[in-house]
Design a protein around this ligand. Structure first.
Ligand SMILES: NC(=O)c1ccc[n+]([C@@H]2O[C@H](COP(=O)([O-])OP(=O)(O)OC[C@H]3O[C@@H](n4cnc5c(N)ncnc54)[C@H](OP(=O)(O)O)[C@@H]3O)[C@@H](O)[C@H]2O)c1
Length: 506
């Protein structure tokens, strides 16, 4: 597989695109075919050996990916081959394949594309944790965001606006500040050409700001603290400017203010449930169109070093993404069968509605390898999901508890059991295929079942099918295999694929 490789610690220009060995998931790991990988500031530090994690060269940078599960390691229960997922990998993401810890891998919500999925955890996760869990930002408060056009900075601007705060965005160029205004900043300060402290004082009528969000540090930290209101909260997020500032403690005394550290990775590890709740909010806002990542540029895999150089040179506004593959599908896996039904006027095979009526088994045999069409849409209601839970005793809250699913599920609502979706296949089969001479027809089994995209309650599914084979059985009659794709309305990925095996006797 192709990968960007750091052979010895150094700047982005020392990285090379190379062939790397294929990977095998160990216990608790997931192997992902990478579609997209977000570019983050720590990537620029990791390759120089200056970050808190120091992988030994040779290694591949890239810590935030979205793609499709290729294989799972021992003990992995919540992911399966073919799942569309996003994951935190620390490094390894600028490659065609990456290994991720299963507990840091999550299903991509229905309707979300790979680029969005590869760009939301790190920036929105950090900034929401900072604003909500640390500063407890309140509607009507005023917040100063430094580095406001950067990855976490612009996320903080968007989230603070959503939380009802007035945002003062500070950045190094007027172009960057214009972008901050389009994302809701009420006021802007160019901290390279204007006096930060004086401008904030003027914008707040001398009161100062309630909260400072600081991912830059360096020379901007002290004037930002001096711009704070009485009892303000100062969020220490990062030091993109280079220097870790040393602030005289008397400033905190005089302001009665709090300095709050923000360490999102540690928060997600130590408080996973709270972190998951934050993600539910973020995903819901993205789905509702209230949050939209500002994508600076999508780079090809070979240009990942340039993406890192642009980030280090302060040229990136919002988020840079490396797209590894535009379409990631499972090898030898019929993920999306797009087939048209064969029109026929043959006496042996008649087309009625969406389906086909075969005169006898001989006519069915002659149809092997062809599409038998696409069914009507069928709604999957909460009532059906509840009935299925009663029949199978599978009452997991993600299926049946609408209030909890609304609050905690990454999909913002309940989803159907995978096997419920599959169990609709007889409904579709009756619509698509009938044999006039048949005296007995049995659903005999299934093969190669994959649940690919979750089906939220209230969504619609339908089946498209190919008659793969019709084989004589020793006991009489035939055994048919139908390749079925159960499509999910509004999604370009199917809900489920399977081979449906039937026995038909005349
Ligand atoms: N605490 C946590 O949990 C956490 C989580 C994520 C990120 N972080 C940290 O937050 C910081 C920002 O991360 P990010 O992904 O948002 O990075 P980013 O997209 O590169 O944004 C950083 C911003 O900092 C400003 N900056 C000032 N001096 C700079 C310099 N010498 N080099 C680069 N940028 C400079 C730039 O804006 P202007 O040009 O407008 O000044 C830039 O837009 C990093 O230090 C990162 O490690 C911390």
């Amino acid at each position: 597989m192709k990968a960007i490789v750091c052979k010895k610690y150094g700047g982005p220009n020392t990285l090379v695109l190379d062939d790397a060995p294929s990977l095998t998931p160990a216990k608790g790991q997931v192997l992902i075919a990478v579609s997209a990988c977000g570019v983050n500031f720590p990537d620029t530090l990791i390759i120089e050996g200056k970050y808190q994690f120091k992988p030994a060269p040779p290694f591949t940078p890239g810590g935030e990916v979205a793609g499709v599960v290729l294989a799972i390691g021992e003990g992995v229960k919540h992911h399966k081959v073919g799942d569309a997922v996003f994951a935190l990998t620390s490094w390894g993401g600028f490659a065609e394949e990456v290994l991720a810890p299963a507990h840091q891998t999550f299903p991509i919500p229905p309707g979300m594309d790979f680029v969005t999925a590869s760009s939301m955890m790190y920036t929105y996760g950090t900034s929401y944790h900072a604003l909500k869990d640390r500063a407890a930002l309140q509607p009507g408060e005023t917040i100063l965001v430094l580095g406001a056009a950067g990855g976490v900075g612009l996320a903080a601007v968007q989230l603070a606006v959503l939380m009802g705060a007035t945002v003062i965005a500070a950045a190094s160029s007027d172009e960057k500040l214009a972008v901050c205004r389009t994302h809701g900043a009420a006021h802007t300060v160019n901290y390279l050409t204007e006096n930060l402290k004086e401008k904030v004082k003027e914008l707040t009528n001398g009161k100062g700001v309630d909260v400072v969000y600081d991912p830059v540090g360096d020379v901007f930290a002290e004037p930002a603290i001096r711009s704070m209101a009485w009892k303000g909260r100062y969020l220490v997020v990062g030091f993109a400017g280079g220097e870790i500032p040393k602030i005289p403690l008397n400033l905190m005394l005089l302001k009665g203010c709090a300095v709050m550290g923000v360490f999102w990775g540690q928060f997600a590890t130590l408080e996973p449930q709270q972190s998951m709740k934050n993600f539910v909010d973020i995903v819901r806002w993205i789905a509702a169109g209230k949050l939209r990542q500002h994508i600076h540029k999508i780079y090809e895999l070979a240009d990942a070093p340039q993406a890192l150089q642009d980030l280090a040179d302060r040229r990136v506004v919002g988020k840079a993404i490396v797209q590894v593959a535009t379409e990631v599908t499972m090898p030898a896996q019929p993920v999306a069968l797009k087939v048209e039904a064969v029109e026929t006027t043959d006496d042996d095979v008649r087309k009625v509605g969406n389906g086909l009526i075969f005169k006898n088994l001989a006519a069915l045999k002659s149809f092997q390898g062809k599409s038998i069409g696409t069914s009507n849409w069928q709604e999957v209601t909460q009532g059906m999901i509840n009935d299925f839970a009663k029949a199978t005793l599978d009452f997991q809250w993600i299926h049946t508890d609408e209030a909890r699913a609304k609050a905690e599920s990454p999909f913002g609502q309940t989803i159907a059991h995978g096997f419920l979706t599959l169990c609709l296949s007889p409904v579709f089969m009756y619509e698509l295929l009938r044999v006039e001479s048949a005296k007995l027809s049995l659903n005999y089994g299934t093969n190669k079942v994959r649940f690919i995209t979750p089906v939220p309650s209230g969504s619609k599914v339908r089946m498209s099918a190919i008659l793969k084979s019709v084989d004589d059985m020793e006991s009489g009659g035939v055994r048919t295999i139908v390749e079925a794709t159960i499509e999910l309305h509004g999604s370009d990925r199917p809900a489920c694929v399977a081979e449906l095996i039937s026995v038909i006797r005349e």
